[in-house]
Write a protein that binds this ligand. Structure first.
Ligand SMILES: NC(=O)c1ccc[n+]([C@@H]2O[C@H](COP(=O)([O-])OP(=O)(O)OC[C@H]3O[C@@H](n4cnc5c(N)ncnc54)[C@H](OP(=O)(O)O)[C@@H]3O)[C@@H](O)[C@H]2O)c1
Length: 285
C-alpha cells in the first residue's frame, strides 16, 4: 500500500517542494504543507495535495490534524522540514530572533510530531524525519542560534528514537549540506551597526549567510531530494543521513580536533582579521 507522507515547509523552490515531488515520484501519497498555500501553487497544479500548517501555532497544527482525522488519513512518514535561519554574532542576536529560531526549528517540529505520533502508534509503525543541518554538529560562527536549534533537534531526535522504538516508529535525522533554496532570502535580518564591535567585518558576516547558496551547485535540489527519498523508503532508514553540497567537508570537520576547527573558522569567517584590527586599535589608543 502507498505510504502517506506529510512534509512541512513546502514553499516553492525550497527543499520541501523537491521532497514532495520525489516522494510522489516514488509512489507515495504526499501531503505538502506550508504556512502560506499560495507558495505551493506549483505543487497543487502537479496534483499534490496541499494543506496550510504553521508549525509555530497550536491552532494551525490542531486544525490540520483534525482535518486529517476527519478524512481518516493517517500519516506514515512525517518530514519536519520547515525551518528558519538567522545571521549575526551571538551577543548581537536579539532575544526575539533567538526565540523565533528555537520556536520554529525545535518547538515547531516537536509540536507537529507530538500531534501526529499518537496515530502512528495506532498504526503500529511510522517514520519521523527531522531536517537538521550539518551545522548542528559543526557550528559555524554568525548563525549561532540556528546551529543551537539544529543541535537541539538532533538531541530531540535521539531521545525520540529511543522512546518510540517500542512502537515501531523510526526517527531519521537528515543533515543537508549546501542545497539551493530560499533559505538565505528568508533569514531573520542582522546588520552590524557602526557602534558594533563587529562592524569592521560586517561584509564578511553578511556573506556568511550566502555560504550554503554559493556552494550549493552539486548535487541539484532534485538529485538531493531523490537521494533522501531513496534512503527514507528503505526498510531500515538510516538514523543519520548527511547529504548535499559540501557534505563531505562537514564529515571531515566532525573528525578534526575542535581547536583546529576553531582556528580554521577564525580565518575563514574574518575573526582573525577582527582580532588584528582590535589589537592595532589597542596599540594606537
Ligand atoms: N538549503 C540548505 O542549504 C540547507 C542546509 C542545511 C539545512 N537546511 C534545512 O532544510 C530545511 C528547509 O530549508 P530550505 O533550504 O528549503 O529553506 P527555505 O527555502 O527557506 O524553506 C523553508 C521552509 O520553511 C517554512 N517555514 C518557516 N517557518 C515556518 C513555520 N512557522 N511554519 C511552517 N513553515 C515554516 C518556510 O515557509 P515560508 O516560505 O512561508 O517562509 C519554507 O517553506 C530547513 O529546516 C533548513 O534549516 C537547509
Amino acid at each position: 500500500m502507498a505510504r502517506t507522507v506529510l512534509i512541512t515547509g513546502c514553499s516553492q523552490d525550497g527543499i520541501g517542494e523537491s521532497l514532495a515531488i520525489s516522494f510522489q515520484r516514488a509512489n507515495c501519497e504526499v501531503i505538502a504543507t506550508a504556512r502560506d498555500a499560495c507558495k505551493m501553487k506549483r505543487l497543487a497544479e502537479s496534483g499534490i495535495r496541499t494543506l496550510e500548517i504553521d508549525i509555530s501555532s497550536d491552532d494551525s497544527v490542531n486544525a490540520a490534524v483534525q482535518k486529517l482525522a476527519e478524512e481518516n488519513i493517517s500519516i506514515d512518514i512525517l518530514v519536519n522540514n520547515a525551518g528558519i535561519i538567522n545571521n549575526g554574532p551571538l551577543v548581537e542576536t536579539s532575544l526575539d530572533t533567538a526565540q523565533k529560531v528555537i520556536n520554529t526549528n525545535v518547538i515547531g517540529s516537536f509540536r507537529l510530531t507530538k500531534a501526529l505520533v499518537p496515530s502512528m502508534i495506532k498504526s503500529k509503525e511510522g517514520l519521523v524525519i527531522n531536517v537538521s543541518s550539518v551545522v548542528g554538529e559543526v557550528p559555524l560562527p554568525f548563525g549561532g542560534f540556528y546551529a543551537i536549534s539544529k543541535s537541539a533537534l538532533n538531541t530531540l531526535s535521539t531521545v525520540l528514537r529511543t522512546e518510540l522504538e517500542p512502537f515501531n516508529i523510526k526517527v531519521m535525522v537528515l543533515e543537508p549540506g549546501a542545497v539551493k533554496s530560499n533559505i538565505a532570502n528568508n533569514h531573520l535580518p542582522y546588520t552590524a551597526s557602526e557602534a558594533s564591535p563587529y562592524h569592521p567585518i560586517k561584509d564578511l558576516i553578511a556573506n556568511r549567510l550566502q555560504l550554503s547558496q554559493i556552494h550549493s551547485t552539486a548535487p541539484g535540489r532534485e538529485a538531493f531530494a531523490d537521494d533522501v527519498v531513496r534512503y527514507a523508503l528503505k526498510r531500515s532508514p538510516p538514523k543519520l543521513l548527511i547529504t548535499g553540497g559540501k557534505a563531505w567537508l562537514f564529515k571531515i570537520l566532525t573528525k578534526l580536533p575542535s581547536s583546529l576547527v576553531q582556528w580554521l573558522f577564525s580565518y575563514r569567517f574574518g575573526l582573525k582579521k577582527l582580532k588584528n584590527i582590535v589589537s592595532t586599535q589597542r596599540k594606537t589608543n
